[in-house]
Design a protein around this ligand. Structure first.
Ligand SMILES: [Zn+2]
Length: 419
């Protein structure tokens, strides 16, 4: 017997009208699985079939449709394949209110449904975090990335070969909707560094901002928007060949991203090199560099090495989005109190001095989280009250006067001051 899938929301919609209607079926070839839809999918799959949705218990006389979905007065449905002498049962994909009932208690699904998350950068980090948040029931997304899926992305990205060449925003939107068809997803395939106004307005609308970009300029721009608009943001990245990585959470009033990296690195635009082709194109790798040397400069890691950082970013996101509601993850809020966390994958370079995992005797090892209790820097160039930019020796730079005004007035009246 074949497996038939129907969509609860579509059955509700069909029950509300009095006429019969035509739909479309998608069959997973050779697997005897057919999804019967009232509305066509944006991107179909498998073999397509004709479908009729009818009120009552039997197909219409002389119907040509491959499948007839008979819906009774209670909204229950049975499927009649063409020419069959008896109907077959179907699996109904729950309507919105029941889709995430299995997560109830662990997370406050009702609250997450109303939250809007802005995700900037949809590479190996952003794409995975987006999908995880959709699985948790987050209902509204805003996605920003101008990049397309390329061959070198595939080993670490959620996209597959079939998605090559597509905009990452469109791919991720579709994946989110595949997990939660009721989510609302706005996409902006633009470079945020060139669209500061759009960045500002999207940060304003968001309950949480995820910074998963691979360049410093965007991290600075996002940090500035977060500080200025008093929004919570979560940053994450892997370092050289993903030997480790860090996750940083900004909360208004707490230390900002520049407090963490230090004033001397603020506005430093030197980048990690993650892709040889683009690094050669923009001059980060000189033209005369041999392929072997270039290979050593390209800092990529395995997907499994990036996973721990994504996981921490998702946990921190759920804590921030559920704050104030009693749920199973509330206890994490008492534990994950630091603004920054460092993860170590391998005993290389920075972490060469770590103890072997199996002989550590209370010394630091790989495969662990280390919390960093950073203080806010009063002289932070971005959020400090007495901003100071250190360039080797103490050196006070001229700051954006608007930003300085905001930063010297860092209290709850800030939104008033900005009006
Ligand atoms: Zn700061």
């Amino acid at each position: 017997m074949a497996t038939y899938c129907l969509y609860g929301e579509e059955l509700q919609r069909f029950s509300a009208i009095s006429e019969n209607a035509s739909g479309i079926g998608y069959e997973w070839e050779g697997e005897s699985v057919v999804h019967l839809r009232l509305s066509p999918l944006a991107h179909s799959f498998g073999i397509e079939h004709t479908v009729r949705f009818v009120h009552g218990s039997r197909p219409e006389a002389g119907t040509e449709a491959d499948y007839t979905v008979c819906v009774n007065a209670e909204g229950e449905a049975l499927v009649w394949p063409k020419g069959a002498c008896a109907p077959e049962p179907a699996t109904v994909i729950p309507a919105k209110e029941n889709l995430y009932s299995r997560s109830k208690g662990l997370i406050e699904v009702g609250i997450l449904e109303g939250k809007r998350v802005l995700i900037i950068g949809l590479g190996s980090f952003g794409s995975q975090i987006a999908v995880e948040l959709a699985k948790s029931g987050v209902g509204q997304f805003s996605l920003m990335d101008f990049d397309r899926v390329e061959l070198h992305n595939l080993v670490r990205h959620t996209a597959s070969l079939n998605d090559l060449g597509r905009l990452k925003t469109d791919f991720v939107r579709e994946t989110i909707l595949g997990k939660n068809p009721y989510a609302s997803v706005d996409v902006f395939p633009v470079n945020i560094n060139e669209h500061p106004d759009l960045l500002c307005s999207e940060v304003e609308k968001a309950d949480l901002v995820i910074c998963a970009t691979d360049n410093n300029q965007s991290r600075f721009n996002i940090s500035e928007a977060l500080v200025r608009q008093r929004k919570v943001g979560i940053f994450g990245r892997a370092i050289t060949r993903a030997e480790g990585g860090d996750v940083f959470r900004y909360r208004p009033g707490g230390p900002c991203y520049v407090c963490m990296i230090g004033n001397q690195w603020y506005k430093d635009m030197s980048e990690e090199i993650t892709n040889e082709q683009s690094a050669r194109a923009n001059g980060q790798i000189a033209a005369y560099t041999s392929p072997e040397d270039a290979d050593a400069m390209v800092q990529v890691g395995l997907s499994s090495d990036i996973e721990p950082m994504c996981n921490m970013m998702v946990k921190l996101s759920l804590i921030e989005l559920s704050r104030g509601a009693e749920s199973g993850i509330s206890s994490l809020d008492d534990e994950l109190t630091f603004p920054a966390y460092v993860w170590v994958n391998r005993r290389e370079r920075h972490y060469r001095g770590f103890a072997p995992f199996d002989k550590c005797a209370n010394r630091p090892t790989i495969m662990r989280w280390y919390g960093l209790d950073l203080p806010r820097n009063e002289e932070c160039a971005l959020c400090g009250e007495k901003p100071k930019l250190s360039l080797g020796e103490d050196f006070v730079k001229d700051f954006d006067p608007e930003l300085t005004r905001i930063n010297t007035d860092f209290d709850d009246d800030i939104s008033e001051a900005l009006k």
